[in-house]
Design a protein around this ligand. Structure first.
Ligand code: MLT
Length: 247
């Protein structure tokens, strides 16, 4: 697990990279696909996103934020509330965000990449537990560790371990790196009985949560805390048609 962008990402060696930006890029990507978006193209820079939209034509939507706020001239900001079926169904979305799309790009050498949020938590665990080696990448906030991403990392790691019988032998060496163990302890200690309301309260006390409350997006905390509201996983492999691409 990489708890923040400062941690090295050995994704090339892992079978799957699981990228997390709970507030809000990976929650937005999950919501958009649940609402019928065709594909998400993750772009790091605003100018590159604009150029891509110009080359792909009018069926694309420009989406994202800087400093949590919508970008001038873009079609959608970075609130899950904006990604309704009437807006995004059958559209290709070009998404650029401050930290989320940066984390996606940093993991792009992984053979398989999935985007995780609390909205698709169980589906992600079901999908990734079969892989031999996993690397969880937390986007963080402006280079810092942020609690909401570490919580989800812990939830995924805990879920994967429940599927692995070899990991329940307490005498066996732990298959987890220290960062994964820290994340798992944080999750298990913070939400022994996970439910969306308790999770929303936890998100209020994280760096990403406080930033969103400050700029008027407090309602997005409940939207991003809706555990298992949909089974859709944004994924990219080098073999299959993907539901998102790194540009
Ligand atoms: C990011 O990528 O930094 C976040 O998605 C920030 C936000 O949601 O505004």
């Amino acid at each position: 697990t990489s708890l923040s962008p400062a941690d090295p990402i050995p994704s090339a060696a892992a079978d799957v990279a699981i990228v997390i930006d709970v507030l809000r890029a990976t929650s937005v990507a999950t919501t958009a696909l649940q609402s019928g978006a065709k594909q998400i193209l993750a772009c790091r820079e605003i100018d590159a996103a604009r150029a891509l939209a110009a080359s792909l034509g009018p069926q694309t939507l420009l989406c994202g934020e800087r400093g949590c706020r919508p970008i001038e001239g873009f079609d959608c900001g970075n609130s899950p509330a904006e990604y309704t079926a009437d807006r995004v169904a059958d559209r290709t979305l070009i998404l650029t965000t401050t930290n989320g799309t940066r984390a996606i790009q940093s993991a792009s050498s992984a053979r398989t990449m999935v985007l995780a949020s609390f909205l698709n938590l169980s589906a992600v665990v079901q999908h990734v537990h079969r892989f031999e080696s996993l690397h969880v990448v937390c986007a963080g906030t402006d280079g810092q560790v942020t609690g909401e991403d570490v919580l989800l990392a812990g939830a995924i790691i805990d879920g994967v371990l429940l599927h692995r019988t070899d990991a329940t032998d307490s005498d066996a060496p732990s298959p987890l790196c220290d960062a994964s163990r820290i994340a798992r302890q944080f999750w298990c200690g913070s939400l022994p009985n996970p439910d969306p309301d308790t999770l929303r309260k936890c998100l209020e006390n994280t760096l990403g949560g406080r930033n969103l409350i400050r700029v008027g997006y407090a309602d997005d905390l409940s939207r991003c805390a809706a555990i298992d509201s949909g089974p859709i996983i944004p994924y990219r492999t080098q073999l299959e048609p993907a539901t998102f691409q790194v540009m």
